[in-house]
Design a protein. Structure first.
Length: 331
């Protein structure tokens, strides 16, 4: 049933994507803000309490709903899986940024593309040359695809296999969201974020993302240039401060033959739209590499190659999931 849940969710998301400003993201921001305001008193133990409330509680609750529905109707349980996956998994939650920037670049409107990148990642892209602009678009798109698709996919399948339905998908997305949310000072509450809470959320998300990131990189290698991807993974993954990001980007670099890495642009001046900044992220400095991988300088053709790489990876993992589902059914 996991295969059909993922398939239906992806199809529905392609036909009817969630709008950029939607009730799910708005409610999510309010939930995390409420938990931090009411349960974070600054002590180390409070960081663990807040993380458990904001991340574990929703995941467990939605998993229990699935268990309850599954005792009465498999169809209702499947529908619940699809509904939750629709809000947690999919390309259209970020692909409009990529599409708009690509269209601007193809139309020769580089300044507009820089503005769109600055809006998406909240960095100062005004002085980026075209090759660097393309590199940042490629890197952020690869990471967004992993966090919105492959990472969610992995944890959904793992916990769905043991009968917990969409619990894994919610756990991963909530952990990823809070790792970014608490990386900034909360202007909503008017007080700085508890440092221990910020560090704890990033550490726990790093643990959750360790295996999915390496499976994503392996998938890129399989559907791309395998030898070059593995070699780039081995040689260049350490260029990035974040090991999971370095694994994904270095493998993708070798898979499509493009040079990635280098110094990230500086953060843009903070605006008033706090919720949007938190949702979209802005961790460009954290993913800045200390060098570049081997490969050709980024060009427009590489954007198409990256899109093809991602879709081939989706097909690969869907085929594997279908085979596992068939084997389970026959067994």
């Amino acid at each position: 049933m996991s295969f059909f849940a993922v398939l239906f969710a992806l199809l529905i998301e392609q036909l009817k994507p969630l709008p950029t400003r939607n009730p799910v993201h708005h409610s999510l921001s309010r939930w995390v803000n409420w938990a931090g305001r009411n349960f974070d008193a600054g002590a180390p133990v409070h960081a663990r309490v807040v993380w458990a409330i904001t991340v574990l509680a929703p995941a467990v609750a939605l998993g229990l709903v699935y268990v309850l529905l599954n005792t009465y109707s498999t169809v209702l349980a499947l529908a619940w899986d699809v509904l939750v996956l629709y809000t947690t998994l999919g390309f259209r939650q970020f692909s409009h940024h990529f599409t708009d920037i690509r269209d601007a670049l193809e139309g020769g409107r580089d300044d507009r593309a820089r503005e769109l990148l600055a809006e998406w990642r909240h960095v100062d892209a005004s002085e980026l040359p075209r090759a660097e602009l393309l590199r940042h678009v490629i890197e952020h798109s690869l990471l967004a695809a992993h966090r919105h698709v492959f990472g969610v996919f992995f944890w959904f399948v793992v916990l769905s296999t043991v009968g917990l339905g969409p619990m894994g998908a919610v756990l991963y997305r909530m952990a990823e969201f809070t790792s970014r949310y608490w990386a900034y000072r909360s202007k909503v509450t008017g007080a700085p974020t508890h440092d221990r809470l910020m560090v704890l959320s990033q550490q726990l998300f790093g643990l959750l993302d360790h295996v999915p990131a390496r499976l994503t990189a392996f998938g890129f290698a399989v559907v791309g240039n395998f030898e070059d991807a593995v070699e780039a993974w081995r040689r260049y993954a350490g260029l990035w401060p974040n090991s999971s990001e370095g694994t994904i980007l270095s493998a993708a670099s070798g898979a499509v033959g493009v040079s990635l890495g280098g110094q990230a642009p500086p953060p843009a001046a903070s605006g008033n739209d706090v919720s949007r900044t938190i949702i979209n992220g802005g961790e460009a400095d954290a993913m800045a590499a200390v060098g570049s991988t081997a490969g050709a300088a980024p060009q427009m053709a590489h954007l198409r190659s990256v899109v093809a790489l991602i879709w081939r990876s989706v097909v690969l993992w869907m085929l594997l999931l279908a085979l596992l589902s068939l084997a389970n059914l026959i067994g």
